[in-house]
Write a protein of this length. Structure first.
Ligand SMILES: Cc1ncc(COP(=O)(O)O)c(C=O)c1O
Length: 308
């Protein structure tokens, strides 16, 4: 999916809020040349005078873990970046839903592969509506596979691996589909180009396990927790064969951008009755309430920023 955004007034870079036009780095930064960077995608929902950020701290913790995996030491704490995000949102006075993008990458210095250049840190927040169609999308199995955990640090949300998802996404669009589904190196269903995947069979949710080569999605984690604890659903984490996906009762993606997106077709096979399934619909509604802080038990996941 390509997303049109209008630019906000301010961005945060290396400790300061600056005018959008001044949030710049040099063309010689290491991250640009070799993909030596990590990032996050976080949503904030505008609701009656507040931006409500979903699982902000968990996203920042994943950012630090991703950085650690690729030998990057972020010169701030999780707390610093949480506060910086809140300040940036206040400065921009957003009154619509937003997407927040913290990014950390090796900056200017040497161009050697081994260079341990100083690290640049930025936070960008832009207005952002729905990413994928909430009425259900048509998907295709990508010709690009998700590499195994011994071929690439797949648990880290690195900038480098997004070349793979970019290619998968473009290929799906070129073939007339809304989104790509990547298989893992052994041919089992892994994930979408920016989403985790679930199927529903006999009221049970099935999703690929985290020991497989998937990103440990925060939305995936949310769905697993609430499906078991609040919606009375069984959840099984196990490998999924491609044929099981084609013959599932329901299927859906989870992701910060995608939220809960129903999948109604895969490679010309209609999933279920071709409409949003009952279980998927229940999860979509519940997820919306959670992200807006309307379920008491999960209010701890929501950071409210008052927009004056
Ligand atoms: C490849 C990939 N898988 C899964 C996800 C879903 O992760 P999350 O729910 O944490 O946004 C994303 C999005 O960040 C992603 O890019």
């Amino acid at each position: 999916m390509s997303v049109e955004v209008s630019w906000p007034k301010y961005a945060w870079i290396n400790g300061k809020i600056v005018e959008w036009e001044n949030a710049k780095v040099h063309v010689f930064v290491h991250g640009l040349h070799y993909g030596t960077g990590v990032f996050e995608g976080i949503r904030g929902y505008y609701d009656s005078g507040y931006i409500k950020i979903f699982r902000l701290e968990d996203h920042m913790k994943r950012l630090f873990n991703s950085a650690k995996i690729i030998h990057i030491k972020i010169p701030y704490t999780v707390h610093d970046l949480v506060n910086a995000t809140v300040e940036l949102i206040k400065a921009n006075k957003f009154t619509k839903d937003i997407y927040i993008r913290p990014i950390v990458f090796r900056g200017l210095g040497s161009f050697g592969l081994r260079a341990q250049n100083p690290v640049d840190v930025a936070i960008i927040a832009v207005e952002f509506g729905k990413y994928l169609k909430k009425t259900g999308i048509r998907c295709t199995i990508s010709s690009w596979r998700k590499p195994s955990a011994d071929s690439f640090p797949v648990y880290a949300k690195t900038t480098g691996i997004y070349l793979l998802y970019h290619l998968a996404s473009i290929e799906a669009a070129m073939n007339g589909y809304d989104e790509a589904i990547l298989l893992d190196h052994e041919g089992f269903v892994a994930e979408g180009s920016g989403e985790n995947i679930f199927i529903v069979k006999n009221n049970t949710l099935i999703t690929p396990p985290t020991y497989d080569a998937i990103l440990e999605g925060i939305t995936r984690d949310t769905v697993i927790k609430v499906a078991k604890e609040d919606l009375g659903l069984n959840v099984i984490e196990r490998r999924i064969r491609r044929e099981e996906l084609y013959t599932a009762d329901e299927a859906f993606f989870t992701g910060t951008a995608a939220e809960i997106t129903p999948i109604v077709e895969v490679d010309g096979r209609t999933i279920g009755n071709g409409r949003i399934g009952e279980v998927t619909s229940k999860i979509m509604d519940y997820y919306n309430s959670i992200t807006l802080g309307k379920i008491e038990k999960y209010r701890k996941w929501v950071t409210e920023v008052r927009i004056d």
